[in-house]
Design a protein around this ligand. Structure first.
Ligand code: 3HC
Length: 700
């Protein structure tokens, strides 16, 4: 079927864009649109034109896959110039996603009407782009420079009501398909003799923004936005809208769009767009229906998981043996729900309706009716096995039994039951009701249906689920150990912890490894390491964190960890005492002090991460390199603009990474710098992690 068709309803022509799943503006759509516009405009029997998107959305923007290639004519800009030039009124019938090139299409129409579900936005910046089809020139002319800049720089869409208030939408339509209402609107416009109304002909609304306005806007941006080349170019385009004629501003925005499209930043963000969508696919199983969830353990993780489930419509039983723990868990859950309600994040009924779905119990019998049980007790294998042994005797057949563990062996936990096919890991990240990432751990016997169930529940409660294999630390934490190891060694070599953090934060990590350690609590890792039997026989291994934990310096929660947290704001401050402690420990261990460059700090941490990622990939713990990228960008603060560790490695070139690892092997010894066999092979063959598939998967 043609992706664009022209329908005639008496004097009204309807141009229908019908290009599932989201009516993206791929080449055939642009060509079809142009043809339909020319035909409708030339037809004397047509008095007005309606542009409509079939399905649930108007148009979700340019086809992101096509952005990999050089654009092919007709370009969207030219199509929209022609649309706007139409000699009869053109009405946009807006509903669902009106995003990116979709909103730019709406802006080139003369009148806009929308149903209540319409979401209007220019999210290009999230792909490292700027609105390249006139959005930077038309939106400020319609709603003013300030609000237009805010929309383009945040990339966040707005709802129909706000759009009406801003004058971005002219007429509200009732719920449902917008077409009937839009045709009615078009007929009224014809009856009134309403003229075509072209945004490009409007001057920028008063008061005109001056140079000071733009300088202040730039200054007010958060650090991450100030570093984004796309954001900088968006501001440049709006400055041009103030001083240049429309066509000149449009030409500039087109040129800057092309620069963005060719940038590493945009390639990385486009990679993540698709990686995040393919990560949460089920891999063949059928999800079981889940209406009720039982969370066992009302600690920080348990109450956060419970809050996430209840806030997304699931019946929730929270179980803890200790009355005190149950009460404080419920207090945390209540406060999470209330703060979500305040931010308008809850559906109908608000906090009261969510809390009505929650029951508490001191006894595991409460798990009897649950479709899914998520155990979140203390991170101790014997304790978790005991909980699973009991659940096995209590739960209905077919109930999915999940353990929220960050490091323990899921198979060992499953072996405590007679139904290992129903057992898996659901590794949430703290705070569990906020963090999006969810590692779903496949045990040896886990069935595809159980995995699909966990993925479906994850999606329902707003998480980005990624299926991973079972090994110590799974994907995220196992790689974190490799990355953290280099941080520890460099501290012993005399690099101050705050310098390592500053260098890595400058490189783009959301937080340096020492600040992260303090936030998570140095005691947590310390206890995990005491339980591990497979640690390297190396007294330097995580010695700095262990030493601080032994001294009761657990991090933020004790006011002292690697850093000091004092004063009202409890901001992190370097502690000279810690430097001294590290120096003395290095002397005791005989670690020589040396100069380490900023480049070495980055390379040692990031190459260690990549090398471990390569092993994880080859072992099948991650299914694809893209899954690793999704995990690190969503759970560990890896800069999205670098696309994740494996994408970054591909961009650097695997030979560069391998050379770096070999250099460190020469300088530091081979113990930690054995290159992963997959890295060696791919580098020799000139290939990438991104394109690599295990032989078995490639054959599917
Ligand atoms: N191009 C290509 N494919 C797209 C797409 C786009 N713009 N938007 C969505 N898709 C695909 C997804 O990859 C997914 O494919 P899959 O089923 O094969 O995985 C499918 O459409 C459905 O998408 P979602 O899973 O995300 O579905 P949701 O219903 O959850 O969300 C959405 C729908 C809100 C439209 C969301 O997909 C979205 O935000 N899309 C991106 C919008 C965007 O960024 N537009 C700007 C593009 S750049 C641009 O327009 C440049 C212009 O200025 C010139």
């Amino acid at each position: 079927m043609e992706p664009v068709r022209l329908e005639r309803h008496g004097p009204i022509a309807v141009i229908v864009v019908d290009h599932p799943p989201v009516n993206a503006l791929s080449h055939p759509v642009r060509a079809g649109l142009l043809g339909a516009i020319l035909e409708a405009d030339a037809d004397r029997g047509i008095a007005a034109i309606v542009v409509h998107g079939a399905g649930k959305n108007f148009i979700a923007g340019a086809d992101i896959r096509e952005l990999e290639q050089t654009p092919r004519a007709p370009l969207l800009n030219d199509v929209l110039m022609r649309l706007e030039s139409c000699s009869k009124p053109v009405v946009a019938a807006l509903h669902g996603a009106v995003l990116g090139g979709g909103l730019e299409t709406a802006l080139a129409c003369h009148y806009r009407c929308a149903t209540p579900d319409a979401r209007l936005g220019l999210p290009e910046v999230k792909l490292g782009l700027l609105p390249g089809a006139g959005g930077t020139q038309r939106l400020p002319r319609l709603i003013g420079a300030k609000r237009a800049l805010e929309m383009m720089v945040s990339g966040e869409p707005i709802g129909r009501e706000e759009a009406l208030a801003l004058g971005l939408v002219d007429r509200p339509l009732p719920e449902g398909d917008p077409l009937a209402g839009a045709m009615e609107y078009a007929r009224e416009l014809v009856a009134q003799g309403a003229p075509p109304r072209r945004v490009r002909e409007k001057p920028l609304p008063e008061p005109l923004p001056d140079e000071k306005f733009f300088a202040e806007f730039r200054r007010s941006l958060p650090r991450s936005a100030r570093r984004s080349a796309a954001v900088d170019r968006i501001v440049q385009c709006v400055e041009a809208a103030r001083s240049l004629a429309f066509e000149e501003g449009l030409a500039l925005s087109r040129q800057l769009f092309e620069e963005c499209r060719a940038s590493d930043e945009s390639a990385a963000l486009r990679h993540l767009f698709f990686a995040e969508r393919s990560a949460s696919r089920s891999g063949g199983g059928s999800p079981r229906e889940v209406r009720s969830v039982c969370v066992v353990g009302a600690g920080t993780m348990g109450s956060g998981i419970a809050a996430a489930c209840a806030m997304h419509g699931l019946q929730l039983a929270l179980v803890d043996r200790e009355q005190g723990a149950l009460e404080s868990g419920m207090a945390r859950l209540r406060s999470a729900v209330e703060s979500a309600a305040k931010r308008g994040r809850l559906d109908e009924g608000g906090a009261a309706a969510v809390l009505e779905r929650v029951t508490t119990a001191r006894n595991l019998d409460a798990a009897r009716d649950a479709d899914l049980v998520i155990e979140a007790v203390y991170e101790n294998l014997a304790l978790k096995q005991e909980v699973f042994r009991q659940l096995d005797g209590i739960c209905r057949p077919g109930t999915v039994l999940a353990t929220n563990t960050s490091t323990l062996d899921v198979d060992a936990i499953a072996s405590a039951t007679r139904r290992p096919q129903d057992v898996l890991g659901m590794h949430f990240f703290s705070p569990a009701h906020v963090m999006r990432l969810l590692e779903i751990v496949r045990g040896r016997a886990t069935s595809p249906d159980s995995l699909a169930t966990a993925l479906a529940v994850g999606k329902r409660i707003g998480k980005l689920g990624v299926v991973v294999g079972n090994c110590f630390g799974f994907v995220g934490n196992r790689m974190l150990y490799a990355y953290g190891r280099e941080n520890q060694l460099m501290m012993l070599e005399g690099v101050p912890p705050e310098r390592i953090d500053a260098v890595l934060e400058e490189w783009g990590m959301a937080m340096g490894p020492n600040a992260v350690g303090d936030l998570a609590g140095l005691d947590v890792g310390y206890r995990v390491r005491r339980e591990r039997r497979d640690l390297p026989d190396d007294p330097r291994y995580f010695r700095v964190f262990d030493l601080l934990a032994e001294l009761g310096r657990y991090g933020r929660k004790t006011g002292r960890g690697v850093y000091l947290y004092e004063g009202e704001k409890r901001e992190r401050r370097p502690d000279p005492e810690v430097r001294e402690l590290i120096r003395a420990e290095a002397a005791r261990l005989g670690v020589a002090q040396r100069e380490v460059s900023d480049a070495e700090i980055v390379e040692r941490c990031i190459y260690a991460l990549i090398n471990e990622g390569a092993r994880i990939l080859e072992e099948g713990i991650a299914s694809t390199a893209a899954d690793i990228d999704v995990i690190w960008c969503n759970g560990y603060g890896f800069p999205r603009t670098r696309g994740g560790p494996m994408f970054h490695a591909d961009r650097l070139g695997l030979t560069t990474v391998l050379d770096g690892i070999r250099r460190f092997a020469r300088e530091q010894g081979e113990r930690y710098w054995q290159p992963a066999p997959l890295l060696v092979r791919l580098a020799a063959e000139g290939k990438t992690f991104g394109a690599w598939r295990r032989a078995a998967d490639a054959a599917d």
